[in-house]
Design a protein around this ligand. Structure first.
Ligand SMILES: NC(=O)c1ccc[n+]([C@@H]2O[C@H](COP(=O)([O-])OP(=O)(O)OC[C@H]3O[C@@H](n4cnc5c(N)ncnc54)[C@H](OP(=O)(O)O)[C@@H]3O)[C@@H](O)[C@H]2O)c1
Length: 166
């Protein structure tokens, strides 16, 4: 069955971003992000689209915005103007779907997600964009993998995988 997976990294306060950007550089987590989103239809909100700035290779990007005249500048990037339009497109899509942020998009797609892949970074970034607690009555933790800091610029973090309860 097609998955709708949400992929994000948060600090110990549930912060995911600051000033429109990620607040850390974690190469192994970017690799995880690439693995989880490659080959999917990847959905982002317009703020996250601005922070990425271009379509990523080997996946289709869909940007959500309410602005009717929104232009990405890339003919292969899809633009949708409501959750319902995005869901209708998802219905006709055979590939897995990845939801890649930001906070507004995670919140709105949480009801439809089948899988959550969450990197819990052991730091506090004084962020301005936050995700909500995962509802454990709806999702169960199926895997938890610890990453131990390798060098001074690295972070300790845990990658957790959740699946929707039946
Ligand atoms: N740590 C992580 O894993 C991670 C991942 C992704 C992003 N981030 C960070 O998160 C921050 C951005 O998150 P954000 O919450 O500010 O913004 P966002 O979710 O990326 O985008 C929000 C925008 O999406 C559009 N939108 C939202 N719901 C919509 C709907 N139902 N219908 C149509 N359009 C809709 C609206 O665009 P318009 O205003 O254009 O109408 C809204 O302003 C950045 O700091 C980014 O770096 C972190």
């Amino acid at each position: 069955m097609k998955k709708i997976k949400m992929v994000w990294a948060e600090d110990t306060q549930h912060a995911i971003g600051k000033n429109g950007q990620l607040a850390w550089y974690i190469p192994d987590d970017l690799k995880l992000f690439r693995q989880e989103t490659t080959g999917t239809l990847m959905i982002v909100g317009s703020n996250t689209w601005r922070s990425i700035g271009k379509p990523l290779p080997n996946r289709t990007t869909m940007v959500l915005t309410r602005q009717r005249n929104f232009q990405t500048g890339f003919s292969d990037v899809l633009v949708k103007h409501s959750i319902n339009d995005a869901l209708a497109y998802i219905d006709s899509e055979e590939r897995d779907i990845s939801i890649a942020g930001g906070a507004k998009i995670y919140k709105e797609f949480m009801a439809y997600a089948t899988d959550l892949i969450v990197t819990r970074v052991d730091t506090v970034i004084d962020g301005d964009t936050f995700v909500e607690d995962i509802d454990l009555t709806k999702f169960k933790l199926v895997e938890s993998v610890k990453h131990v800091k390798k060098e001074i610029t690295d972070y300790n973090y845990i990658v957790e995988r959740y699946e929707r309860r039946n």
